[in-house]
Design a protein around this ligand. Sequence first.
Ligand SMILES: *Cc1c(COP(=O)(O)O)cnc(C)c1O
Length: 328
Amino acid sequence: MKLEILPRFRLAFLPTPVAELKRLHGALSDNPNAPRLLIKRDDLTGLAFGGNKTRKLEFLIGDAISQGCDSVVTGGAAQSNHCRQTAAAAASAGMECHLVLGGTEPGEFTGNLLLDRILGAKISWNGDLRKGENIPVIAKQLRASGKQPYVIPYGGSNAIGAVGYVLAMKELSAQLSQMKLKATHVVVASSSCGTQAGLVLGARLFYPEVRVVGIRIDKDEIGITFEEQLIQIANETAQHIGVDENFTRSDFIVRDQYLGGGYGVVGELERNAIQKLGELEGIILDPVYTSRAFGGMLDLIEQDYFGKSDTVLFWHTGGGPAVFAESI
Ligand SMILES: *Cc1c(COP(=O)(O)O)cnc(C)c1O
């Protein structure tokens, strides 16, 4: 296994904490089947307000440095957490950061976008294209001007980035065993697929008893289906780290009934989840990803998807700064 020898640029404070959601569990006491609830705090990875992209960026920036690149290009929505963490990672590595964002330039920069500016990122606006479709255009311009850009795909989701979540599952396994706890399920928000694919490969290698339940966040697909994307990233990541593992559709658990009004549209499910975890546990969920995934998990608990003897770990993937850009 090549995990230990891949180029890595340290950005995160690891391991991130695991805690039990005791007060939330107490509030579910009228449900005799409510499982034990844990939370993994990847909102506390530490890089410019944290989040899941930090683990991927350790390997993506490591790769960029090993190739001698002087700049990075990536893209996403205007309030992209991935773009904000990439801007911070690039600053920390001394590289220029170019962000290819959806939408048009707003009069006032708030939330993640304000942080992008503070972190020194150079931003281009791309209207309806919110998934970095124009990344190649900006990369070409940079090359023409004599730069050596490193391209990071939408969400940092490829075999290089997903390695961060293979190792995150290894981290969780060691951490829970030290705490004398065993998780039966991990619930995680899933969008560009790198996080879930990495966790599923990590579980196969380091924690085979755990089942990873991905809650889909974004109903738009580009080119291939969501499931095909998960399979592709998991298989490419296995190959990249030199393990002989193969994945098919049945290796992934995906819940896609919580897509609501679409990407970034805050509804009752999201609002309720944010309020509940805030009031009961003092933990902030974001309006786009973790609130939808947490709301979905609460619904699955209500539907007795889990059993009383299960231990369900919610993987908090961050996104907090977007709270300051939304009216929740
Ligand atoms: C990007 C992101 C996700 C989804 O991770 P993917 O690897 O894109 O599936 C979940 N939560 C937050 C807060 C994110 O920023």
